[in-house]
Design a protein around this ligand. Structure first.
Ligand SMILES: *Cc1c(COP(=O)(O)O)cnc(C)c1O
Length: 379
């Protein structure tokens, strides 16, 4: 059976990136590494739309999230976090781990946070040192309004905004410096079209000032230590060399396409997927602000969302994703971020229709596919 990967991470890796990573091992203290890392550090600034350094860490995305708590906050500090899904919930667990008082803004799964709620909470308690949010909450398929939140936080000298952009960077526009995002986190295995294993974190001057006062323990994910090494185009510990070699190739691809075109492609494919699902008679799970990274579909009445996910894989070779926690069985998720084009979307819609038909759900085969074909047709 031929396998297709349409999960919201890890995602498909382009063949030229795979080939680049298959080259003989480069040593991380060799002069060639310095040249490679220098180039990558510049390109990361381009992708993050920042003049600040972007740190590269050897870990999955959660390592970047952990560092974004431990490096900026001290035990007893207060942090506001948006919990609108599985990844938002993680901020709360991280706060607890590092003795930080996490003030939760609970958002119903499928909804985006109302930025005014953040503004009110900060007004009520000016001692809050940081606000944590997802740009794209992968468990629900909702994008929070990062720009509006940044507008609220940027005027406060003593509060930083930390954005988990792990399924947002390289999908839609995030103007780090212009909007005032203090810390932004990305991971290699989502829209960056690489295998898992790297996290990236941008840090503003305001955030570095906070880091100077922070008293939490950070050894491996020590941002100041990494900054001092990485400014010399070195890493504090062994670099994720092969992934960085792949990343150089990813930047060649992204820069040839152009950032604006990358966002436009994601928007076009996401729109076609959503409209296709609706034309097939299905409803989308997000009540507002659907993320262009993935489409989250509500399982129709009488259909188990986990069965859709399972049959996509077992009957048709497509790895998508199901729901987590209380959404298990209620939804299924299909990614369209990274190395994705027209026929990945067509394939996802065709397979969804076939799986639902196979499960006995009355669906008109081709309705969703036809809609997407119409929307993606080149004239
Ligand atoms: C994938 C993901 C993460 C990080 O998960 P890891 O498994 O640690 O890479 C964090 N936040 C969001 C929104 C994600 O989609």
């Amino acid at each position: 059976m031929k396998r297709y990967l349409l999960a919201p991470g890890p995602t498909q890796v382009p063949p030229e990136v795979l080939l680049a990573m298959a080259q003989p091992m480069l040593h991380h203290r060799a002069p060639e590494f310095v040249t490679l890392f220098k180039e990558i550090r510049e390109d990361l600034k381009w992708l993050f739309q920042t003049r600040q350094d972007v740190l590269t860490l050897v870990s999955s995305g959660t390592g970047g999230m952990e560092g974004a708590i431990s490096n900026f906050l001290s035990p007893g500090d207060k942090a506001l976090y948006v919990n609108g899904g599985k990844f938002g919930e993680r901020w709360g667990k991280l706060c607890k781990t590092f003795g930080v008082t996490g003030i939760e803004i609970k958002v119903e799964w499928g909804q985006a946070v109302d930025p005014q709620v953040i503004a009110d909470a900060l007004k009520k308690d000016p001692t809050i040192k940081a606000v944590y949010v997802q740009a794209s909450e992968t468990s629900t398929g909702v994008a929070h309004d990062t720009r509006a939140i940044a507008e609220i936080v940027r005027s406060r000298d003593e509060t930083i905004l930390v954005v988990d952009a792990i399924t947002a960077l390289g999908v839609f526009d995030l103007k780090t410096d212009e909007w005032g995002i203090d810390v932004m986190i990305a991971g290699s295995q989502k829209a960056l079209m690489l295998p898992p294993g790297l996290a990236f974190v941008s840090v503003s001057d305001k955030a570095w000032r906070l880091a100077d006062k922070a008293k939490n323990a950070a050894f491996y994910f020590n941002f100041k230590k990494e900054r001092d090494s990485q400014q010399k185009n070195q890493t504090a510990y062994t670099a994720g060399v092969s992934l960085l070699v792949g990343l150089r190739e990813v930047f060649r691809i992204l820069k040839a396409e152009g950032l604006g075109n990358v966002f436009a492609r994601h928007a076009r494919l996401a729109h076609a997927t959503r409209e296709g699902m609706k034309a097939a008679g299905l409803s989308l799970f997000p009540k507002q602000n659907p993320s262009d990274a993935l489409t989250v579909v509500s399982a129709p009445d009488g259909v188990d969302g986990q069965a859709v996910y399972k049959n996509l894989r077992e009957d048709y070779g497509i790895t998508a994703a199901g729901g987590q926690d209380h959404l298990k069985g209620k939804i299924f998720r299909i990614s369209h971020m990274g190395y994705i084009d027209t026929f990945d979307v067509i394939q996802a819609l065709a397979a969804t229709e076939m799986v639902l038909k196979g499960l006995g759900y009355p669906i008109k085969l081709g309705a969703g596919v036809g809609k997407a074909e119409e929307l993606l047709l080149k004239k």
